[in-house]
Design a protein around this ligand. Sequence first.
Ligand code: GRF
Length: 197
Amino acid sequence: MLDVLVLISGSGSNLRALATAAAHEDYPARIVAVGSDGEASGLAHAEEFGIPSFVVDPGAFESRESWADELRAQIEAWNPDLIVCAGFMRILPAGFVRAFAPRIINLHPALLPRYPGAHAVRDALADGATVTGSTVHIVDEGVDTGPVLRQVEVAVASDDTEGTLHDKIKVIERPLLVATVAEIARGEINVKEYARA
Ligand code: GRF
């Protein structure tokens, strides 16, 4: 059984999808805890599924590094095998990444390496992309630059807005995340292969 800790900042629909899958006894991973950088609405999913949660608010710390040190301590208390960033809208400092890499993955709403950053859906539309999608990748010290594990494409319609396109991406990225975490749990994806030499 793979012990997963999920980090969120927002509505947590991907957290919910993972928690729903993990509630089935044949799913090979379980969520040991959920962490957030604020009072995210998605924490309600953790409560509903009986998953412990914690908040580490950067506003309460003098520096990004001291915030990340506390986040790291909270995470280590759960001793997870894998950290899943599912809509966690903070850049993790290099020291934090080094402490857990390559056991941190991120879900990103674009086909990386295209459209990294916080406005991936908007950027794809502004660029006139006809195809975009979602990526699960290993988190490294850059912003959305780590090795890609799995991707799924989504067609962009001519009348798509940022909202409609993001909704379409979310529909495909929830099963993508659930499937990728299962592959990691079964050893079909070996994240240790991505350890830096
Ligand atoms: C997803 O689109 C994910 O790719 C991005 O943030 C969004 C999170 O959505 N990083 P939700 O909070 O899981 O609904």
